[in-house]
Design a protein around this ligand. Structure first.
Ligand code: SIN
Length: 285
């Protein structure tokens, strides 16, 4: 069991996030440590755990401290070791076949925003990180959606509260066509554009270019203008943190407080391989 007293949470010198040390995540955390970590995630939006040594099962066990682990629609194709709860993000191929989803999340988004219960949190554990002549590639960008909301003019905040955006699973261009089953599982849903964080109560902007196809009660043109303006606002440089991966680093993010985007600036022979788990969240309010 982990000892809560050893846990250290240091905010990053960045728009969002904190580094967490003093924990060995290969052991299930005790209740107090698990509570401290989930609290830290709500407050900081992203937690970076360096130098972790995990098996897929240990990652799934740790993921469960945040809630039930989702079965992602990519898991059938890229699940690891027969586990439908963990799937591989990678550009590596074996015998010409991809071992993982090579182009996951290349535009700004919040995971599973197209679902009635979007992902509370997502966890990536870096197994291989691409390096070209000493330059680390394959970063992930994170945008602080709570800070983006805070920075809006009061007039816009008032206008947005109570408005709902339509999120459509088929809105986003995907590198691999989703199965008919996945399409049937995720009919369009609407969620509040101003989301209240389930733990901290903090308001954040929940909208992005690709997944949002409309705003309830607004004509298409006006809705698209607003979606585009807000999506651009969220990813202004002052709200963005660019995370550079290290092997054995585990990062968990809160999909209410941040949006993210994979930066595809690498290719073979540079290899990138991460294990992903996704934690189911509540219906946004
Ligand atoms: C994702 O959006 O799930 C992947 C992010 C990344 O590979 O950096």
């Amino acid at each position: 069991m982990l000892d809560h007293a050893q846990l250290s949470v240091q905010p990053l010198d960045a728009a969002v996030g904190a580094q967490v040390t003093g924990v060995d995540l290969s052991e299930p955390p005790d209740a107090e440590t698990a509570a401290a970590i989930t609290e830290a995630l709500g407050v900081h939006g992203i937690l970076v755990f360096p130098d972790q040594h995990l098996t897929p099962e240990q990652q799934v066990t740790f993921s469960r401290i945040f809630g039930p682990v989702e079965i992602n629609h990519n898991a059938a194709r890229y699940g690891l070791g027969g586990s439908p709860e963990l799937y591989v993000i990678s550009n590596v191929t074996v015998d010409g076949k991809p071992v993982g989803s090579a182009r996951a999340g290349e535009e700004w988004h919040s995971d599973m925003c197209y679902a009635r219960n979007p992902a509370l949190a997502t966890m990536l554990y870096a197994r291989e990180v691409p390096v070209l002549h000493g330059l680390t590639l394959g970063d992930t960008g994170f945008a602080n959606t709570a800070a983006a909301f805070d920075a809006l003019p009061e007039e816009m905040k008032t206008f947005l509260r109570g408005k709902r955006a339509v999120f459509d699973f088929q809105g986003r261009k995907r590198p691999v066509k989703p199965s008919a089953e996945a399409i049937a599982q995720y009919p369009p849903v609407d969620h509040p554009i101003v989301r209240r964080h389930p733990r901290t109560g903090r308001e954040s902007l929940y909208v992005n270019h690709d997944d949002c196809t409309g705003i309830v009660g607004m004509d298409d043109h006006a809705a698209r203008n607003l979606i585009n303006a807000l999506s651009e606002h969220v990813v202004r440089p002052e709200f963005v943190y660019r995370h550079q991966w290290r092997v054995d680093q585990l990062v968990v993010w809160d999909n209410c407080t941040v949006q993210h985007k994979a930066i595809l600036d690498y290719d073979q022979p540079q290899r990138r391989l991460l294990w992903r788990t996704t934690i189911r969240g509540p219906v946004p309010v």
